[in-house]
Design a protein around this ligand. Sequence first.
Ligand code: PLP
Ligand code: COI
Length: 345
Amino acid sequence: MAELNWDDLAFRYRKANVIIVSYYKDGQWSAPVATKDFDFHFSAFAGVFHYANACFEGLKAFRGVDGKVRLFRPDENAKRLQRSAAHLDMAAPSEEMFLNMCLMCVKENLDFLPPYGHNASMYLRPVLVGCNPQLGIASSTEVAFAVLGAPVGTYSGAAGLTPGTAVLSRNYDRAAPHGTGSYKIAANYATSLHPYNLAHKLGYRELLFLDPATHTKIDEFGSSNFLAIKGNTYVTPLSDSVLPSITNKTLQAVAADFGYKVEKRVVPVEELAEFEEVNACGTAVVITPICSVDDKETLEGNTITKTYRFGSPEHCGPVSEKFYKRIRGIQDGLEEDTHNWCVFL
Ligand code: PLP
Ligand code: COI
């Protein structure tokens, strides 16, 4: 095993043994190779550097209590990558190829797969980038696909389920109406970097984007979906500018298993006043409890027009924690995987 402090990983780059790479050219993918060379070698004229011909995924592998290694819902990531690539008119790996390269990445980097019991895992980052030289604006005809792996703990390094604060993004959008918000493409992240940095400098953990057309409805956080608990109901926004989060889909199934009603619908900003529990959800953390949302006229200005508060700033809400524990339990092999979400190494 690698000599790492498994309790202090946070979510940051750490070099493992190898990355797994395949190239697409002339209608064919090359056989995937495990390489210690972590650099891509292609032209500075490649589309990815100019026109953001790139999309990616994020999923996790876990070492279970039973010693077995589980990948969580990789089939969903394969499908979402295909959907993103199709929007960029770029070739994408088949589901089978995607899965094989993910399994290969975990196997070849096993020294870096955290042991059970540290709330840590291996984050897999499949990336698909256009690599043929070009000058004019065009989709890439040649593509590099790599699966990268890094051991990670919680996103912020804080203990899991530590509540954080959020602020509404009134003067920046992460996506345009009828734009690319529902695809996991690199360009969406570039768009949100500046407002994200502003929010962080102000001390907020999360930035909550509104629907870009009217700014009256909740869309999602910068890198995670929005979900709220209201009585016996799980509420999450229905919007075509939100990324279809696999964690959100998983949580909805878990909520239904626990007998909660699941509502995927338009969520007006003012409804924040009615929620008992609010969370950001995504692969990196499953959920981040949100204890308050500030409504500011602009991220740069000083005027906070309203603050919505949910539960305690010290603890995750009880319903959200129940859902979180079920999912982490399945990932760790502690709970029965009744939906067959896990794929074994
Ligand atoms: N929304 C955005 C914009 C994201 O970047 C992510 C992270 O992947 C999510 C939501 C959560 O998606 P998932 O649960 O599939 O990780
Ligand atoms: C997540 O997996 O929850 C994320 O926020 C992914 C992000 C690092 C792109």
